[in-house]
Design a protein around this ligand. Structure first.
Ligand code: ADP
Ligand code: MG
Length: 413
């Protein structure tokens, strides 16, 4: 058999010391793009190479698509001659050594097994506690080592608590932190990218994602205290702007109006068929400027609305445009520039989350919860902060033709 040498990629100094600790457990809180996946893939490969033929090691990611990414990264790297892959079970069996399995933590029942000799839990702050319990008990029989690594996300999760126990010197546990600046020093990320992120993101979001400093807000981009501070009775009208978020298959159509102080003065939430939804929006908005979700089916609806009045403007949600919209709302809430009642609006703001994805920060409700009120409020705030302020600063209208209320005007004529 020909001899094949594989070159193990070099880790940067802090990355190597965080992961190759010599302890059975290593807990690592790290920035986004600090080389978490890369470093732990190298580590797991080394563990597999040390295994006897057919012994197992596990890679565990929060969801299947992330396990797939790690699986593909390793397959691309390894010389074809040294392993057999199984695409449906996402495994790589190295000839004469261990077998690597890439698993999803969203099915904890699949995380109990025998003969697992090492494991990595990647993106641990997004993995549920029952998956951690399963993996840990799986490793008990072999006394195999494990690396638990992730972004930080608030303080009320098993990953945060495990890191604190390790940091306080629990026996057999090591702890390390890798920030974005460590990755900059190692030449992995350009410094400008971090400075751009610092400018763009709410401060506590930046601190969690790039400096690995957990906030009290558990991944909430608005800040729990700031949300509480903005709670008030429904403010007096009249509305000066509206935001409308349209129902998809399972959620709600929500309309929120702000008064001249930027405070919520009307709130409507309903599920109706499209014709009834259109009629309700036209009637409630009553000619006032409105920014309307025009994503997907909304594109047809906005055309109908615009035939009823030129006060309707569409806003298409993309990951980037939603990020921009939510960062505007975050600034408003943190600066106490708006207020809203303690109803579904506050409940949705409380549970809203951000998450780091490869192409940016994703803002949304957690699985199974809604964010229609948050989107509607963010749309209303955008119109208030942009259009309304611009109009307010224009000179008083002197002719009938410049009446600010364009929708009503067209009805009168
Ligand atoms: N030690 C290293 N040497 C060279 N490139 C690295 C190293 N560590 C990470 N990288 C590269 O940096 C980028 C981010 O790494 P990744 O592991 O995906 O980060 P994370 O999982 O922390 O978001 C990837 O392109 C990866 O290949
Ligand atoms: Mg990663």
């Amino acid at each position: 058999m020909p001899e094949i040498t594989i070159q193990i990629p070099e880790l940067y100094d802090k990355q190597r010391r965080a992961i190759f600790t010599g302890t059975r457990y290593a807990w690592i809180e790290a920035s986004t793009k600090a080389g978490k996946t890369f470093g732990c893939l190298v580590w797991l490969l080394v563990q597999a190479l040390r295994c006897a033929d057919g012994q197992n090691v596990w890679w565990v990611a929060p969801v299947g698509s992330q396990a797939q990414i790690a699986f593909d990264r390793l397959r691309k790297y390894l010389p074809r001659a040294i392993y057999r892959e199984n695409l449906s079970e996402k495994s790589i069996a190295i000839k004469g050594a261990g077998k690597l399995w890439f698993k999803s933590a969203d099915k904890p029942d699949s995380l109990y097994g025998e003969d697992v000799h090492a494991a990595v839990i990647d993106e641990a702050s997004r993995v549920k506690e029952d998956a951690w319990t399963a993996v840990r008990s799986t490793l008990t029989a072999t006394q195999g080592p494990i690396r638990i690594i992730g972004n930080v996300k608030g303080r009320s999760n098993w990953f945060y608590k495990g890191c604190r126990r390790a940091e306080q010197g629990a026996k057999g546990h090591a702890y390390a932190k890798l920030t974005a600046y460590d990755a900059v020093d190692a030449g992995i990320i350009p410094r400008e990218e971090i400075e751009d992120a610092r400018e763009a993101l709410p401060e506590h979001v930046f601190r969690e994602l790039y400096l690995a400093e957990p906030s009290d807000d558990g991944g909430n981009p608005f800040g729990m205290k700031a949300i509480d501070d903005c709670v008030a009775q429904l403010a007096p009208g009249p509305p000066v702007v509206w935001g409308w978020d349209l129902a998809r298959s399972t959620d709600w159509t929500v309309g929120i109006a702000l008064n001249s102080e930027g405070k919520v003065c009307e709130f409507h939430r309903f599920q109706k068929d499209w014709p009834a939804t259109e009629r309700a929006i036209v009637r409630l908005t009553d000619g006032v400027d409105a920014l309307v979700d025009s994503t997907g089916v909304g594109d047809v609806l906005i055309q109908y609305l615009q035939r009823n009045g030129r006060n309707f403007e569409g806003y298409t949600f993309t990951p980037k445009s939603k990020q921009y919209l939510m960062e505007g709302l975050s600034t408003a809430i943190q600066g106490h520039k708006t207020s809203f009642p303690d109803n579904e609006i506050k409940a949705e703001l409380d549970t809203f989350e951000y998450e780091y994805r490869r192409n940016g920060v994703k803002y949304s409700a957690p699985e199974g919860l809604h964010d229609d009120c948050v989107c509607s409020l963010a749309l209303a705030w955008k119109h208030f902060d942009g259009l309304y302020r611009v109009k307010k600063n224009q000179p008083e209208p002197t002719t009938v033709g410049t009446l600010p209320n364009r929708g009503r005007m067209s009805k009168k004529w």
